[in-house]
Every structure is written in structure tokens, then in C-alpha cells.
Design a protein around this ligand. Structure first.
Ligand SMILES: [Zn+2]
Length: 578
């Protein structure tokens, strides 16, 4: 809507200007006025171009991104996804049996499945149900009364050739590749696009099944690795084998995955805060020796994150690191890995500080998501910062745990080079639209800044662990995390989060010194922005409480040198230009 209105205004102005130009073409003075109008109007247009990227949202976006009436009446309890993956023709055929409890009696259910896949049949208690398709949404007419409080099951048979991912994991879909020995190497990745890219489900993050069984049938020379624990392997007569994986915890849609290849397996036990944690590794046959050496970073990761965030959140399902034919993704209890058995992010240090070369970015970052993404999950992708800001931040906590506080800080400050301030960190709600990529480095630095305000390392760690206790295995709104932090800090952090999550500007500490007095304020900020700030006045530490009006204090020295603590992600300006 916004875009359409805009383009009409632009067209109207253009016609108007063209008309004016023809009318006053011969008059130099008037031509000057016209050029002036074009410059002024042009500058307002360019201002719009740096605003949050507007786009036209469709009815399909709303059906995908909101809790529709056809979703709200039933509560997911259990999925049994039972599929056959056929590398010979790149197809998936099978079924998903959905078990749910009725919250409010209704007769139309929304199930999502994206084109070109198709639901072939929906059945309940042996009765075939009527299906109506609207794009990626199926409306299923229930044949029997859905009684409030009762639990029902529904079997959805489906299949076809699912979308192929062109650029995994950023572009969702199935990846069909071959390993060096010519054997199939297949995986799924679907964050953002949604799990309904490859299986029929309630494709909204607000509702998760309490547990899930994933049965994947593959040619017998291959193996499937999915989430949770391997319950059984069943050899079929047609030279195929079915792998049954059981997840005993709630799992989000995009966390569910298949990985099919010529895998070999090794394992170890990590002695963690909740006892013995089974760590299982699945890698391509040729990479076994490399993996045995390189995956020594897993216990290092677990030790660091249990220290900062509390116990690994899925002891019952174990931890797995699974080689995949793409960079990697935080699939729950089945982290996928494709970073080439080298440190850094595809060999590069994201921070430029040198510390990013001390660890494998994918092992650390994607595994960190077990805490923020898999245990604590956003309800709406507009709040994706809950996953990515905390996990960008966790990279520096990992560095700090193993190499010291100064190293962690250097890493955090180094990642600022990736901040663009192009659009807001928060996306748009109810239409499945995420915010700026700044949710990673800017979000991480927002949390690093918050730590300075707390100014007590043990308290900060207890807050991070507290979030993981309070929201353990829950789907949350970003505002719940904001409110929790406000409560723990005993300070209304709304202006702070408005600034860093919902505004693109960096707050600027403006100051000047005159006659031994320091005058300062916050500028370039949201109304009410009042973040405390640590500065050094000729080397001595001073905590200030700037607001948007000027305050003046005695600097204590005649010609003080003012340095803002670089741990705060802010700008600073000496108003006298010195
Ligand atoms: Zn991430």
C-alpha cells in the first residue's frame, strides 16, 4: 500500500514539473526556480530511499505470517513426518500426521504447503476430507465436530518435487548434491521461507509440537540424520532403509531437517552442568580424520556456553554436529556444518580483530543457537534479533571464556565494521518479514553496551542465565526479553531498545568544555533516550547520565580531555570542533 501511494505521488509530481517546465521554458529566472524545486523534491525522495525498505505485502504474506483464525483454534501436540526421499528424481513423497488439541471448536483448519508440492489427501478417522488451496495455504474442512478440549489426529499425504535451494541456507529449499565419490549428499534448509517448503505443517513459529517423530526412507547405501535421537533403523525390501528419529522436546518448524549422505559416525560424552551429554558426529566418510581433530571445538563451545547461558537445553535429545552440503544452520539437536573444517567464517575473521580465526564460526555460532533460537524461539520473524543478536554476542563471550575479557571485547568491537544502519533491526510483524542484517553485529554490540550499563560481570552472567531459565523451551515476543532485561536492571530500557532495535540512528554524545566545565547531552536519538555513559575525563573514569537537554558538571581539571568509553556503541561530537 505504501509503495503504491508513493509511486502515484512521484508520477504526479513528474507530470506537474514537466508541465511547468514547458510553460516557463524560456524564462531563465523561472527555470532556476524549477531546478530548485527538483533539487528540494529530489532530496526528499532520496531520504525515502534510506528509510526501511518498503515492499508490497500480499495476502499470502499475511496468511503465512499471522495467527489466522484457522490456525488459532488448535494447539499442536505431535507431528509424525514419514517421508521417502528419492535422489533419482529429486522427489519427496509421504505423509505428516498432525496430532492437536482443540482449544475452541471449529471446522476449518489451515495447513501450509508451498508450491510446487501438493497435498494429495487429508484424512481423519478413515474419512477423506475436503481440501481447498489458495497459493501456499490449504483449508481443510473437518468432517466431524472438533470438540473443545479433545485431542485429534489428521493424516496429510503429500508429495512432488520440492523447491531446490539456489543459495543455501539463505534461499530455502532442498539441496541435492553429490559427494566426491559420486554418492548423493542431500539436505534441507528453510529458515525464513518456512518448513512448508518441504512438508505440510502449521507454518507459524508461535506453535510447536511437544515432540516429533521423523521417519525418512532413503536408498540403502545412504543414511539420514535428522533431529533428536535415532530410535530405529528399518531395512525395507526395495533396497531402501528407514531411519526413525525422535525429538522429545518442543521443536520449531525450521529446526526440523533431513541430511542424507554416506555418513560415518563417532561420538563422545561431555560432562556438563546437567550430567552426561551425548555428543554425536556424522560426517562424510572421507572426512572422518579431519572431523575427529576439528570437532574438538565442540566441548570447548559447550563449556563456554554452559558457563554463560546455563545448561545445554536438550540433554534428552543429545547434541549432534552433522556435515551438510552448505555452510550450516542451527537445526535443533542436529546442528549442520559445512565450513570446510577450517577456522573463521569460510576462512575469514568476521571481526578483523584476529580472534575470529581462533574458532570455527559455524560450530560456535550455530551451536549457540541451541540456547537462543531452539530453546528460546521468536514468535514472529520480525523479532529475529532474539536469535541473532544474542548469538552474535555469544561469539565474543566464547572468545572471552577461552582467551580473556580483553580478547572478547576486541572481537565485539571488531564486528562493528559489519554494521550498516540501513534499516531497523526489528522487521515488520504478521507478514513474515525480518529486519536488517544489523540484527547480528549491531544487536551484538547493543548487548555489549548493555553489559557496560550493568557494570558487574557476575550480575550480567546471572542475567544471561536467568533469561535461559525464565524462557526455557518457550516461544517469545521480543518485548518479553526487553521487559525481562528492564526488570533485572531495575531501569526502564524502552528508550534504549527503541533506539537500537527500532531506529537506524546511532545516538551521539555531544559535549563541549568551557572554563573547566563539561556540558553534554544525547542527540540524534529517540525521545527520552537516557542511557548512562562512561567517559574518561583526562584519564579518570566518570559515569554520566546524559539526556537530550544539556547538563553541565564541573570537570575537575582546567583543560580536560574527554574520551567516551569505546565499549558503548555510540557516536561522540566535541561541539567546539576541537
Ligand atoms: Zn545465526
Amino acid at each position: 500500500m505504501f509503495m503504491i501511494a508513493d509511486s502515484h505521488i512521484i508520477l504526479f509530481i513528474f507530470i506537474l514539473l514537466k508541465h511547468c517546465y514547458t510553460l516557463f521554458e524560456k524564462t531563465m529566472k523561472r527555470r532556476f526556480i524549477l531546478i530548485f524545486i527538483i533539487i528540494v523534491y529530489g532530496s526528499t525522495l532520496s531520504a525515502q530511499f534510506i528509510a526501511p525498505a518498503p515492499r508490497i505485502f500480499t495476502r499470502q504474506d499475511s496468511l503465512r505470517g499471522s495467527i489466522t483464525r484457522e490456525r488459532a483454534w488448535w494447539d499442536l501436540k505431535f507431528y509424525h513426518l514419514d517421508i521417502r526421499v528419492n535422489p533419482a528424481d529429486s522427489t519427496i513423497y509421504g505423509s505428516n500426521t498432525v496430532t492437536y488439541k482443540v482449544l475452541k471448536s471449529s471446522d476449518i483448519m489451515q495447513i501450509d504447503l508451498q508450491e510446487p508440492l501438493n497435498i494429495i489427501k487429508a484424512e481423519q478417522n478413515g474419512k477423506s476430507l475436503e481440501l481447498k488451496r489458495e497459493g501456499n495455504v490449504f483449508r481443510i474442512k473437518m468432517a466431524e465436530l472438533q470438540e473443545q478440549g479433545r485431542t485429534y489426529s489428521l493424516k496429510l499425504s503429500y508429495g512432488g518435487k520440492p523447491k531446490i535451494s539456489a543459495r543455501p541456507p539463505w534461499d530455502g529449499g532442498i539441496i541435492w548434491k553429490k559427494d566426491k565419490n559420486g554418492l548423493s549428499f542431500i539436505a534441507s534448509a528453510c529458515q525464513g521461507d518456512g518448513a512448508s517448503l518441504w512438508w505440510p505443517c502449521k507454518d507459524h513459529m508461535y506453535d510447536e509440537p511437544d515432540s516429533m517423530l521423523i521417519s525418512v526412507n532413503v536408498p540403502s547405501n545412504l543414511m539420514d540424520v535428522s533431529n533428536g535421537r535415532l530410535r530405529s533403523i528399518v531395512k525395507q525390501k526395495n533396497k531402501t532403509t528407514t531411519y526413525n528419529w525422535f525429538v522429545s522436546n518442543p521443536i520449531n518448524n525450521y529446526g526440523v531437517n533431513i541430511n542424507i549422505g554416506d555418513y560415518v559416525h563417532f561420538s563422545e560424552v561431555f560432562k556438563g552442568e546437567k550430567g552426561n551429554l551425548d555428543c554425536d558426529y556424522y560426517v562424510l566418510r572421507d572426512n572422518l580424520e579431519k572431523a575427529r581433530e576439528h570437532f574438538k571445538q565442540v566441548p570447548m563451545m559447550l563449556a563456554a556456553f554452559e558457563h554463560w547461558f546455563g545448561p545445554y537445553p536438550f540433554y534428552e535429545d543429545g547434541y549432534k554436529l552433522v556435515e551438510a552440503p552448505y555452510l550450516g544452520m542451527e537445526h535443533q539437536s542436529s546442528i549442520t556444518y559445512g565450513n570446510g573444517y577450517a577456522n573463521g567464517y569460510l576462512g575469514n575473521d568476521q571481526s578483523g580483530s584476529g580472534w575470529g580465526n581462533k574458532f570455527d564460526f559455524i560450530i560456535i555460532h550455530e551451536s549457540g543457537h541451541e540456547w537462543f533460537a531452539n530453546s528460546i524461539t521468536y514468535e514472529d520473524i520480525a523479532d529475529m534479533w532474539v536469535h541473532e543478536s544474542f548469538i552474535n554476542y555469544s561469539e565474543n563471550l566464547y572468545v572471552e571464556y577461552h582467551y580473556g575479557k580483553e580478547a572478547g571485547t576486541e572481537y565485539a568491537l571488531g564486528t562493528r565494521r559489519g554494521i550498516r544502519n540501513d534499516r531497523t533491526v526489528t522487521g515488520i510483524y504478521n507478514v513474515n518479514f525480518s529486519g536488517s542484517g544489523d540484527m547480528y553485529p549491531k544487536g551484538g554490540n547493543m548487548l555489549h553496551t548493555l553489559r557496560q550499563i550493568v557494570n558487574d560481570d557476575e550480575k550480567w552472567r546471572s542475567i544471561l542465565r536467568g533469561i535461559n531459565e525464565e524462557f526455557y523451551h518457550q516461544v517469545v515476543k521480543g518485548s518479553q526479553i526487553e521487559d525481562y532485561l528492564s526488570k533485572e536492571l531495575g531501569k526502564d530500557l524502552k528508550p534504549f531498545f527503541d533506539q537500537y532495535l527500532r531506529d537506524v540512528r546511532i545516538p551521539v554524545f555531544e559535549y563541549f568544555v568551557k572554563d573547566g566545565k563539561l556540558t553534554f547531552r544525547w542527540n540524534n536519538c529517540v525521545p527520552g533516550f537516557n542511557m548512562p555513559l562512561k567517559v574518561y575525563i583526562s584519564g579518570s573514569e566518570k559515569n554520566l547520565e546524559p539526556v537530550s537537554r544539556f547538563s553541565t558538571i564541573d570537570a575537575g581539571v582546567k583543560n580536560p580531555v574527554i574520551i567516551v568509553d569505546p565499549d558503548y556503541y555510540v557516536g561522540s561530537l566535541n561541539m567546539t570542533g576541537k
